[in-house]
Design a protein around this ligand. Sequence first.
Ligand SMILES: CC(C)(COP(=O)(O)OP(=O)(O)OC[C@H]1O[C@@H](n2cnc3c(N)ncnc32)[C@H](O)[C@@H]1OP(=O)(O)O)[C@@H](O)C(=O)NCCC(=O)NCCS
Length: 180
Amino acid sequence: MHQAPTQLITERLILRRPSLADAAAIYEFGRDSEVARYMDWPRHKDIQDSIEALESFAAEWESGSEFCWAITTKTENTAMGTIACRIESPRADFGYVLNRRYWGQGFATEAVRAVMSWVMSLPEIDRIWATCDTENLASARVLEKAGLQREGTLPRSTIRPNLSSTPRDTFIFAKVRDPV
Ligand SMILES: CC(C)(COP(=O)(O)OP(=O)(O)OC[C@H]1O[C@@H](n2cnc3c(N)ncnc32)[C@H](O)[C@@H]1OP(=O)(O)O)[C@@H](O)C(=O)NCCC(=O)NCCS
């Protein structure tokens, strides 16, 4: 079973394991329709949705199936977003979300770089990948800035429940380790 660092520290951020104490902060962005717009989970309607998400994060971490960190700054311990990673050797994938109050300051890119750096330190991983809706230009830009290549489009592959019940086109991005 894989294990992950409980903290990843960058220039401005501390990525740490979330806890139930983060429920209000998670609900603040989980309920925001602009934030949830392109996500593959329904917008949180009640703080109980955020509590259940946090319970899933804890169970997934313990089982090693997915590692979700709260994104916090060094000056503020509030969970301003989350970033989660699944290790399925030789591949790993990740996804992220950030409270709208913190957009446009490079925080998502900084968090992505930290997770990628940890993942690429694992010798068994040769490919790290992520997807985003083809209209989610901010997310596509984050992936590009973090050094992933856009490999193509998966037509009608992902239901974004906050937009429609019809599957939508998805970009796939990846970074691969050079062969030795
Ligand atoms: C996507 C998201 C994580 C970006 O977070 P962020 O901290 O603002 O990202 P960064 O500041 O690191 O980079 C954003 C980049 O997108 C660009 N951008 C933002 N909105 C854009 C738009 N509508 N069109 C094109 N580019 C856009 C910014 O200019 C910036 O690029 P730059 O540095 O070259 O100027 C944030 O918007 C978010 O949480 N959105 C909702 C959840 C989501 O979509 N998650 C990803 C699911 S795949």
